[in-house]
Design a protein around this ligand. Structure first.
Ligand SMILES: Cc1ncc(COP(=O)(O)O)c(C=O)c1O
Length: 412
C-alpha cells in the first residue's frame, strides 16, 4: 500500500449486500416457494415462469438449468455431434465454456483472439475449420460483443452451429444495438454469484428453434419427456433448476436492465475521466470507442469501446507489465487482476494429461503447445488488466478508480 492510497474504503463487491441487488423481492420469492413446499421445478411453476420471462426478454424459447456450464452442456448436447468431432472456441474464458465439449467427447479447438478485445478473431476461427468441425462457441468477453455477424456468416457457410456464451454479456449488444444472444443458434447465460444478476448458481439457454429447445429440455431432465411413463428418449442428466433458485432468478431478471444501465453509466464516466488513450505497444492503434485526447489523456492504456458493452468487468489494455499495473492499482485500494486468467484454457493440465481415467480420449494425438494462440497469451501474460465492475459504484467511486489508474500508471 502506498503511503497515501487513493482509496481507503473497499469498493462494493459481489460478495456483500452492497454490491448485489438482492432485496425484498428476492426475499419474498424465497418465502413464496418455501410456503408452497414445492422445491423441485418438475412440480412447481417458478422455473417455467422464469423461462417465459427470459423468452419475453430475448424473443427466444428459454430452458432453465442449474448453471452456466450446464446451459453450455445443454447447447453442446443439442448440437448432437459424434465423439471426436471438433468445436472451435476461445482460449480466454471460464472453464465452463470448454468442459461441456469434453463431456460430450468432443475436441475443443482453440482459435486466437483479437489483441485488444480478447474476443475470437473470425479469420482465426475460419482457418481452424476442418471436416470434423461441428460448432463454434463464441464468448462475449467481459460483456463486449464478439464479431457475431462475421461468425454467423462463417457458421452458415460451413454448416456449423453457432453457440453464444453470454455468461458475461447480459443485455450486451453489438455496436449497432442488436442483442447479443440472438445471433447464435443457441445462447447461454449464467446466474452465478459474480454475474450481473445472480441466484447463487443457475443457467439459461435460449434458442429460436423449438426442435433445439426440445433437445436441450430433454438433456436437462435425464432425456425424460414426462408426457407419459418413464421413457428416456435420449441421454440426459439432471440439470434442473430448483424452484428456490428460479424464484430468486425471476426477481433478479426483473432488475437486469437497470443493472446493465448503471454499469454502462459508470463505465462511461470512467472512460471520460481518463480521456482518450492510445496503445503504443499495439502500434499506436486508436483506442476503441469514443472520447478525445484532450483533458489529460492517459498514455499507454487502451479503454474498451462503450458501444453495446455490458461491463461485466472493465478491461484495460496496458503497454507496460500488467502485473505491475494490477499491483499498483491494488496498492491504491482498487481491486484489479492481471490477465483475468492465470493461463489460457488450453494450458490447463486437463489438455495435456488424461481426460477420463487414464485415457486421453478424445484428445489422443492432440497437442495444445505454448504459442498456440499468441494474442491470447500476450493478453494474459502482459497486456490485460481487469477491474471488477459493479452497478453500485457511485460517481465518487469512479473518480477514485480514475485517480488510482492515473497514479498507478507506470508510464504516467
Ligand atoms: C464466459 C463464461 N462461460 C461460462 C461460465 C460458466 O458459468 P457457471 O459458473 O454458471 O457454470 C462463466 C462463469 O462462470 C463464464 O464467465
Amino acid at each position: 500500500m502506498t503511503d497515501d492510497p487513493v482509496r481507503r474504503t473497499p469498493l462494493p463487491g459481489v460478495l456483500e449486500p452492497a454490491g448485489r441487488t438482492i432485496g425484498a423481492e428476492e426475499r419474498a420469492a424465497v418465502l413464496r416457494v418455501l410456503d408452497s413446499a414445492v422445491l423441485c421445478s418438475t412440480f412447481g411453476g417458478e422455473a417455467r415462469a422464469l423461462e417465459a420471462e427470459m423468452a419475453e426478454l430475448y424473443g427466444r424459447e428459454a430452458v432453465a438449468c442449474s448453471s452456466g456450464t450446464a446451459a453450455l452442456h445443454l447447447a453442446v448436447a443439442a448440437v448432437g455431434f459424434d465423439p471426436g468431432d471438433e468445436v472451435i472456441t476461445t482460449p480466454i474464458s471460464d472453464f465452463g465454456t470448454v468442459a461441456p465439449i469434453l463431456a460430450q467427447n468432443g475436441v475443443p479447438v482453440f482459435a486466437d483472439v483479437d489483441p485488444v478485445t480478447g474476443n475470437l478473431d473470425p479469420a482465426a476461427v475460419e482457418a481452424a475449420i476442418t471436416p470434423r468441425t461441428r460448432a463454434i462457441i463464441v464468448v462475449h468477453l467481459f460483456g463486449a460483443a464478439a464479431d457475431v455477424v462475421a461468425l454467423r456468416s462463417i457458421a452458415d457457410r460451413h454448416g456449423l452451429m453457432l453457440i453464444e456464451d453470454c455468461a458475461q454479456a447480459w443485455l450486451g449488444t453489438t455496436a449497432g444495438g442488436e442483442l447479443l444472444g440472438t445471433f447464435g443458434d443457441i445462447a447461454c447465460f449464467s446466474l452465478q454469484q459474480y454475474k450481473h444478476i445472480t441466484a447463487g448458481d443457475g443457467g439459461l439457454a435460449i434458442t429460436a428453434s423449438s426442435e433445439v429447445a426440445t433437445r436441450m429440455r430433454l438433456f436437462m431432465d435425464k432425456g425424460w419427456d414426462r408426457s407419459g411413463g418413464r421413457v428416456h428418449l435420449m441421454l440426459g442428466l439432471n440439470y434442473r433448476m430448483t424452484e428456490l433458485v428460479a424464484a430468486v432468478a425471476r426477481a433478479q431478471l426483473a432488475k437486469v436492465a437497470d443493472v446493465v444501465k448503471r454499469r454502462r453509466e459508470s463505465a462511461e464516466q470512467l472512460v471520460s475521466a481518463l480521456g482518450g488513450s492510445v496503445v503504443p505497444a499495439l502500434g499506436g492503434a486508436a483506442r476503441p470507442g469514443g472520447g478525445g485526447s484532450a483533458g489529460g489523456a492517459l498514455a499507454g492504456v487502451a479503454l474498451p469501446s462503450l458501444a453495446g458493452h455490458a461491463f461485466w468487468l472493465f478491461p484495460l489494455i496496458v503497454a507496460g507489465d500488467n502485473h505491475v499495473w494490477a499491483d499498483g492499482l491494488i496498492a491504491e485500494g482498487v481491486p484489479a487482476s492481471a490477465g483475468y486468467l492465470d493461463r489460457t484454457l488450453y494450458a490447463n493440465p486437463v489438455f495435456s494429461g488424461p481426460v477420463y481415467g487414464t485415457s486421453r480420449y478424445p484428445l489422443e494425438g492432440r497437442e495444445y503447445p505454448p504459442g498456440l494462440c499468441p494474442n491470447a497469451e500476450r493478453l494474459i501474460d502482459q497486456t490485460l488488466v481487469v477491474l471488477p465492475w459493479n452497478e453500485a459504484y457511485t460517481e465518487t467511486d469512479v473518480d477514485d478508480i480514475a485517480r488510482a489508474i492515473r497514479k498507478a500508471n507506470p508510464d504516467g
